[in-house]
Design a protein around this ligand. Structure first.
Ligand SMILES: Cc1cc2nc3c(=O)[nH]c(=O)nc-3n(C[C@H](O)[C@H](O)[C@H](O)COP(=O)(O)OP(=O)(O)OC[C@H]3O[C@@H](n4cnc5c(N)ncnc54)[C@H](O)[C@@H]3O)c2cc1C
Length: 273
């Protein structure tokens, strides 16, 4: 099928993009998730507001101890380290595991976050890294939402109706973080059946264990979970399965096992046995 007719607007500032939002309009970034929905007519916006002409949304810079990635930075640029500032190694690793190169060339970090597919990679990885999302409103003001709170459920985010994602901020200290990321999927390049994401930065006391692809938003299992991490690095660890079962009541036991396996593998990369 082909999409229903729409008008395509390409403003050249982020404020103008936000100013064009309305119930009939949708932002389009890489089109990798929205494109199929348009083709199947699951989405029928009268207006698409493209990000392609907004240069600032493709910036990567360092500011006030944060690495700031514009929302329209593609997965491929992160994978390639095509950036004027060094990126945390975990970001490059995660980007490389998303879909295949043609999708990564067009798909963007902001598009992935806004879409908030529960099985997507960035929502889990950026939660582990303690990122915050910068939301720009039609009034031109920014507000920041820390990652565990930005995703509010499957395909649900804290984005307001007149807001776009302008940027993602990752603490620059995360360049030195110890990290592990494990994604279980049937074929390389597919969305995950289970994700484990771990970031430890002892100097700042950052310890985050995240279970992703739970069916809802990423689950922060333990903000300060060093003890759990130590006891849970072996696959099959009852401590980890018990913690997941308590946090995700009613979850199928097979799914719980996959989630526990992915997380224990990620932990093992940080704290080898
Ligand atoms: C075959 C295939 C395999 C894939 N595999 C994976 C995978 O393994 N892991 C994974 O994580 N992802 C995967 N994806 C998804 C991919 O990462 C997409 O890039 C991503 O989901 C959407 O990014 P986009 O830039 O294409 O957004 P678009 O499709 O353009 O937009 C998606 C949604 O986000 C909104 N949006 C986009 N940008 C903004 C913004 N700045 N502010 C506010 N709203 C915005 C749009 O209005 C739309 O609702 C896959 C996609 C395909 C087609």
């Amino acid at each position: 099928m082909k999409p229903a007719a729409f008008e395509h607007l390409r403003p050249d500032t982020a404020d103008a993009v936000a100013g064009l939002l309305s119930p009939e309009a949708k932002v389009i970034a890489g089109g990798q998730s929205l494109g199929p929905m348009l083709n199947l007519r699951l989405a029928r916006p009268a207006r698409l507001v493209g990000l392609g002409a907004v240069a600032s949304l493709r910036d990567i810079r360092e500011e006030n101890g944060m690495i700031v990635l514009g929302a329209a930075v593609s997965h491929a640029r992160i994978e390639d380290g095509d950036s004027p500032v060094a990126l945390p190694p975990m970001l490059r690793h995660v980007a490389r595991g998303i879909a295949y190169r043609a999708v990564r060339n067009r798909g963007t970090i902001g598009g992935s976050l806004a879409h908030a597919d529960p099985a997507a990679d960035w929502i889990a990885a950026l939660t582990a890294l303690g990122a915050q999302i910068v939301l720009r409103s039609a009034a031109g003001t920014d507000r920041r939402v820390a990652m565990p709170g930005f995703v509010q459920g499957a395909y649900r985010t804290a984005l307001g109706p007149d807001e776009i994602i302008a940027a993602v901020e990752v603490p620059a200290a995360m360049r030195d973080a110890l990290w592990g990321y494990d994604k279980l999927c049937r074929k390389v390049g597919e969305f995950a059946d289970a994700i484990g994401a771990v970031a430890l930065h002892p100097a700042s006391g950052h310890v985050r264990l995240v279970s992703g692809a739970t069916g809802a938003g990423p689950l922060v299992l333990a903000e300060a979970g060093a003890d759990l991490a130590r006891s849970a690095r072996h696959p099959g660890s009852p401590a980890l399965r018990d913690a997941l079962a308590a946090a995700l009541p009613g979850t199928d036991p097979v799914k719980l096992r996959l989630l526990a396996t992915a997380l224990s593998r990620a932990i093992a990369k940080v704290l080898p046995a």
